[in-house]
Write a protein that binds this ligand. Structure first.
Ligand code: GLC
Length: 500
């Protein structure tokens, strides 16, 4: 795969429209994807650019990273709720990817990006972003052929191309891709929002945005986008079932011919234990001493001696999706098994309190860090032995990919992207992780027990670690799959593509 490249017969123009993009604005995995995918696509010869709101944090990060910033001559204007909102368009570039920033301080001022309550007025920034994307070419003089939107915050874009009194004219000339990163958030609004957004009343029906008497932006996007992708193949069918569909399974099943799962990758330059500047020592397959040194540095940081027990890391957002409830009810049993548990993350107050309390109760065996600290996270990935990921559902998951690259063996629930990326070491000769199915403490503890048995056999464990580290989770093959999708939408025969 390393040497395979796609010979692009044309250079498609793609605009990613998103509410997050690391390192400028990031709340979760979506931000990482919008950073890495356009970069990988450009390396394949796709003219891929990004449109992002110029939130205060974005401008701060542009300055911090000393990025060049120019202001385009013409602004963009969008009519919303019988008023015209204007934004200046700034342009910067990261890793060769042109990024347009919408400067509209009145709308883009929320430091947490997403509102606690979605209302007609708190939805305006997202509506503006979606519609301003359709106006961008007047300022940029660059005409995207495909708009690639992400999750509910930009789902109004494909909807507008079908039902907006003004933008529907553009519909036949452009294509849209909607990537579903997480079906848990739909963007639900009262019916009245539609008129303010400029949509026809006819858009509010069973075959439109209506969802139990309210407006569902994501549903609208699913129905109107030309193509849908999910961030792992397994998630693409899980969401067509009542268990995984979050109420949209029927709608998704009806659109399955345009739905495909493309696994996310990780930026293998940013996540590399052989070069990671944060780590006290570096390592690679065949030269693993550095991992032991990282483990020692981690233990030192926690104030713990090395008693030989495995370090089990939990890292991520402290939300229900990530299975933190399951970890909290199992923590005592994990400690009794002889593990030490590290929990790093932030999120809901009850869970933050939960991990703090566990650390107090099992002092010396459980450690918690509430917040996100890049340095601690990286040291923890490198210095831990296992990563625990008991997710309730997981569209893709990035932590298991990072952990594998850092030689840390995942113990995870076999859902979504976790099931797609981890092979159980007891179930297959090629395995390098430990999976469990049911969302129960019993199953989680049993999977950790199996991992501990493997851990106690040094030679076997080293083999698992090396196998995991050798996997290629770079963006290259995913970017190729997206490039093929774009070409298909543009009517370029994909069989014409050459891979060399
Ligand atoms: C969301 C999903 C996560 C996925 C990420 C990027 O955060 O919960 O599983 O990896 O989006 O697509």
């Amino acid at each position: 795969m390393e040497n395979t490249t796609l010979i692009m017969p044309i250079k498609p123009r793609i605009l990613h429209v998103a509410s997050e993009m690391a390192p400028l604005a990031k709340m979760g995995g979506l931000g990482d994807v919008v950073q890495a995918l356009p970069k990988a696509l450009r390396q394949l010869g796709v003219d891929c650019r990004v449109l992002l709101p110029a939130y205060p944090c974005v401008l701060g990060n542009v300055e911090k990273n000393r990025l060049s910033l120019t202001r385009l001559r013409s602004p963009v204007h969008v009519a919303l709720e019988w008023r015209v909102y204007s934004a200046r368009v700034l342009r910067t570039e990261i890793d060769g990817v042109p990024i347009y920033l919408l400067e509209q301080p009145e709308l883009f001022s929320n430091p947490t990006i997403y509102p606690m309550d979605l209302t007609e007025s708190s939805a305006l920034p997202f509506a503006f972003l979606s519609l301003a994307a359709l106006e961008l070419s007047t300022a940029s003089r660059w005409h995207p052929q495909i708009f690639h939107v992400h999750d509910w915050p930009t789902a109004l874009l494909p909807v507008a191309l079908r039902w907006h009194r003004h933008y529907r004219k553009m519909g036949p000339d452009v294509d849209t891709v909607l990537t579903l990163h997480n079906l848990a958030h739909h963007g639900i609004l009262p019916q009245e929002a539609l008129t303010g957004f400029g949509l026809d009343a006819s858009s509010f029906g069973m075959d439109g945005l209506e969802f139990y008497g309210q407006v569902n932006l994501l549903k609208g996007g699913i129905l109107t986008a030309d193509a849908l992708t999910t961030v792992s193949p397994r998630y693409s069918w899980e969401i067509q079932t009542p268990d995984g569909g979050m109420g949209l399974d029927g709608v998704l099943a009806s659109q399955k011919r345009k739905l495909r799962g493309i696994l996310n990758g990780i930026d293998t330059e940013i996540w590399n234990p052989a070069t990671d500047p944060v780590l006290p020592a570096h390592y690679r397959i065949g030269s693993m001493k550095g991992k032991d040194l990282c483990r020692r540095a981690l233990l030192h940081r926690l104030g713990w001696d090395d008693d030989g027990s495995p370090l089990l890391l939990w890292v991520g957002r402290l939300v229900e999706q990530k299975g933190i409830d399951l970890l909290l009810v199992s923590v005592e049993r994990l400690v009794n098994l002889g593990c030490r548990v590290l929990a790093v993350g932030s999120g809901h107050a009850v869970y933050e309190e939960g991990i703090r309390k566990a650390a107090e109760r099992f002092e010396g065996r459980v450690w918690s860090y509430v917040g996100y600290n890049e340095e601690i996270a990286r040291l923890a990935y490198a210095g831990s032995d296992m990563l625990i990921m008991p997710s309730l559902f997981e569209p893709c998951g990035l932590s298991q990919l990072i952990a594998l690259r850092y030689g840390t063996i995942p113990v995870a629930r076999a859902v979504g992207g976790l099931a797609d990326t981890i092979i159980d070491a007891d179930g297959s000769q090629r395995g390098y992780g430990f999976l469990f199915s049911d969302y129960t403490a019993e199953e989680l503890v049993n999977a950790v027990k199996r991992a501990m048995t493997a851990y106690s056999d040094r030679r076997r464990w080293e083999r698992l670690v090396a196998r995991g580290m050798a996997l290629d989770f770079s963006w290259k093959s995913s970017a190729m799959a997206y490039a093929k999708l774009y070409l298909e939408l543009l009517g370029v025969e994909v069989s014409d593509l050459k891979e060399s």
